[in-house]
Each structure stands twice: as structure tokens, then as C-alpha cells.
Design a protein around this ligand. Sequence first.
Ligand code: FAD
Ligand code: NAD
Length: 475
Amino acid sequence: MTEKFDVIVIGGGPGGYVAAIRAAQLGLSTACIDMNTGKNGKAALGGTCLNVGCIPSKALLDSSKHFHHLQHDYASHGISVSNASIDINTMISRKDDVVSKLTGGVAQLFKANKVRQFHGRGRLLADRQVEFTPHASTEKIMLEAQNIILAAGSVPIAIPNVTFDNKRIIDNEGALNLTEVPNRLGVIGAGVIGLELGSVWQRLGSKVTLLEALPEFLPAADHDVAKQAGRLFKKQGLDIRLGTMVKSANIDGDVVNVKIEDKTGQSEISFDRLLVAVGRKPYTDGLLSDDSGVTLNERGQIDVNEQSQTSVPGVWAVGDCVRGPMLAHKASEEGIAVAELIAGKAAHIHFDTIPWVIYTDPEIAWVGKTEQQLKEEGVAYRSGSFPFAATGRGLAMGDAAGMVKMLADEVTDEILGVHIIGPNASELIAECVVTMEFHGASEDLARIVHAHPTLSEAVHEAALHLDKRAIHRGN
Ligand code: FAD
Ligand code: NAD
């Protein structure tokens, strides 16, 4: 017998589980199928983000940051520690505890909201039928719903002649579970994962080399921010080699030998571990039957319109498996919007005001357009900036590298983009997102009282600088 629901969600990551909870809150009978299994062999909701992405990487970034500060920064506060050491297994099991608290928390939320959880694989058939294969079973169970939400997420991209063995040549999951600090860590790709996970192991003592194919560092970020970031990361010891193509990687005993080509020609470089972080691709393997009617685009993403509707009425798709940035908060907001649309409410996402954050030290965060984009689009703009080194709070914290840069329309003064590199950039950007959502002007931020001494004063002063009236810097 086919069990029927109002909504079936396939995928329990931040797109899927949030959609399921919101649908249930709206009174819809909801099921969520997720096949992920945790280290304990049990269902682990939360997808890439909670299990092998956002959360575990931030846990390790925090542990490694404490260790780094202990060794390099606390002496200036008069705090001295001799023979500081780190136990990698404790660090990893702390990370695992954080992950299991959160994945368990999602399971609790499912219970509280009466979302039916199915652990195993889901496959969309024609007519909104779903075939469910329970975990570690070959049994097939048929489910059916008025609406289906596909939230199958993404997986790492592999490159030719570099084969993962998950020991020496690893992906993000491997880099989050190393049991010792590699002496030499190679990273293919100086993007978000390469920088975040490269920073973790560099702070713990690895010599980290990032091999980046593009000639430009962080091209998606504002150029001034990327320039400062490149300089600061180099000072920290990250060896970022731009314009470097990886030809092949071969494991030879304990070593990975990587053949590269750059402007000086071909050469070989050896590492103890090699992390491949060259981007992610939508995961749709086994998700759709041939007659499901759902189409994919040329990038392998599920085709959706602005409202996340696929080519089949009643079938929706959200998160990493569709167009747009691969970010957890983007996936979750799409999930909420779809649940609300299904329930007959109005819902809309502003893709232009989705914030980006890179959790390096200093953090990098931005929203809206970069200066180079405004130039390319021929938009007349004004720019203001303010260094954290001129803030009392940054100096008191001993964490004052970086700046806030703000871009606003020359005529209307509406804020078009804000770019931050510095302490707590991940939190500071929220004020700028809110202002942009309300189509606020730099004058609005300039006139708002910001507490003293806070890092947010750098946002305030950048807004003032845009109008050549910053107080604590020359204009
Ligand atoms: P996913 O989280 O990938 O979840 C999809 C789920 O669906 C998975 O559990 C999968 O097993 C399941 N599934 C797939 N197919 C099926 C099927 N047929 N049947 C049943 N289940 C299925 N983003 C941020 O915003 N901030 C960060 O700090 C951040 N850090 C990251 C760090 C790393 C190392 C990585 C790899 C990613 C990071 N991301 C971050 C990106 C973020 O993890 C993703 O954008 C987000 O998880 C996408 O959510 P999703 O729900 O679309 O997919
Ligand atoms: P990315 O797109 O950020 O970076 C990949 C890098 O690899 C790029 O700079 C690219 O030019 C380079 N590259 C591609 N092919 C190459 C090759 N053959 N040789 C050398 N370099 C090559 O991708 P990622 O770091 O794998 O992360 C995937 C996605 O996960 C991100 O785009 C982001 O959406 C998400 N993520 C987000 C966060 C965050 O929000 N803080 C953190 C981690 C991951």
C-alpha cells in the first residue's frame, strides 16, 4: 500500500530539513527521506552542512585558532605558556560531539513538528510517486505526495588523473578527520574550502601549499579585499601558487607526488596529504527515474524557475542541486519559501542580498556588488572604507587587521555592496544585509548610533567616509 503525504522532501540537509519543518509548521503532513549515516551507523540529518561542511569545519577552525593564539598572540597580553601542545584526537572528537548534538537536534525537531523521518534513499518516479529504499536494505517502499521537494545537495568535483583514495588524496570529509598533522599538505584549489581547511592544518603546524589554476586570487571577492587577504594569508605561511595547473597526482608509499604546470614549465611537488577542493557539483545520482519528467540543465543542476518549481507541476527543488550559490543559508531560505508557496502563501528570495562569508582569520564577508562588477556594469558609484586598525575595539582585542569597504550609488546613495575583511566580519555583515534589504543608503548607516567601542564602528565610519566625513581617518 502506498503511504500518502502532503509533502515529501528528499534530502535532509539545510535545504531539505528546514523545508520539512516549515511545511509541518504550516499544517501539512510531511515526510523527509535522507540517506546520510553518521559515524555511529545511525541516521544523521543535516546533510553536508552539519556532517561534513559548515559546522565541523568551523569547529576545527575554532580549535586551531585557539592553539595558534596560544602560541603566537597571548604573549603580548602577558600570558605565557610553555610547551603548548594539541591532541588531534581530542580536537576531532570535540568536533564530532558538536556535529552529533546538532544532527540529533534536527531529529528532535522532526519529532516535535511531527515530520516523518525515513532513513534511506529516495527516488522520484512519475506522478509524484517516490520509491523509498531503507538504509542497508533492498526493500522498496512506495510513497506519494501532492508536492515533492528535491533537496539532494552536492558532492565534491574530482579532476582527471587525481583519484581519491580517502587516505592520502582526500576531499573535505577526509580533511575534517585527519588523525595527525601532515607535515606537508597540498591543496588543489584556493577557493573557500581550500582556504578554510588549509588554515586549520596550517595553524596546527602543516606546511600548506595551495595550487590554484586561475591567475587571480579569490576573483569573486572585491579586488581590494582579495589583495589584502592574499597578503595576510601569505604572512601567515599559506603558500598560494596562482596560475598552477595540476596534471596528475600519484601515491608512492607515504607520499603524494603531484605534477604541475605553471608559467615556469612543468615540475613535481610532493606532499604527505593532498586535499582536492576544486568545487562541488549537484548530486542527482539515482534521484530521478527516466520518466520522472524533471529536467537537468547543462551544469547538471535540476532546472527550476525563480520560485524553485521544476519542469513537473508539484515538484520543487532547492539548495545546492539547483542554480545559485552553494550556501547553507541560501538552501534553507529556498526551503522555507517553497514550503510557504505550497501552503498558498507568498514567498520570495532576494538573491542579490545573500551574504558570503569565508571563515579564515581574518574573516572575509560581503554582500551585493563588488567594485569591479559596478565598473563592468557602468554604474556610477561612490566608495568609502575604514580600517579596523583605527577602531578602539580592534586594537583592544589585538585583532585589528582588515577594513570595511562600502559602495553606494552616486546619485541615490543606495548601498550597492559592502565588503569586509577583519575580525567578526561574519557577524558585521548582517547589519549591511538588513540595510540593503530595506534599500537603505549609506546616509542611513552614517546616521545610526553604533555602540562604542565596537567593531561595528568600522561599518559606521566606512559609511561616513563615503561622504568624506569619517571622523577617525583622513578623508
Ligand atoms: P546537502 O547539505 O548536501 O544535503 C543533501 C542531503 O540529501 C544529504 O544528506 C544527502 O545524503 C541527501 N540525499 C541526496 N540524495 C538523496 C537521495 N536520493 N535520497 C535520500 N537522501 C539523499 N555553506 C555556508 O553557507 N557556510 C559555510 O560555512 C559552509 N561551509 C562549508 C564547508 C565545507 C567543507 C563544505 C563542503 C560546504 C560548506 N558549505 C557552507 C556549503 C553548504 O554545506 C551547502 O551549501 C549546504 O549543505 C547545501 O544544503 P543542501 O540541503 O542543498 O544539501
Ligand atoms: P570554490 O569554487 O570556492 O573553489 C574552487 C577553486 O578551485 C577555485 O578557485 C577554482 O579556480 C579552483 N580550481 C578548479 N579546478 C582546478 C584545477 N583543476 N586545478 C587547480 N585549481 C582548480 O570551491 P570549493 O572550495 O570546493 O567549495 C565548494 C563550495 O562549497 C563553495 O563554492 C561554496 O559554495 C561552498 N562552501 C562555502 C563555505 C562558506 O560559505 N564559508 C565554505 C566551504 C564551502
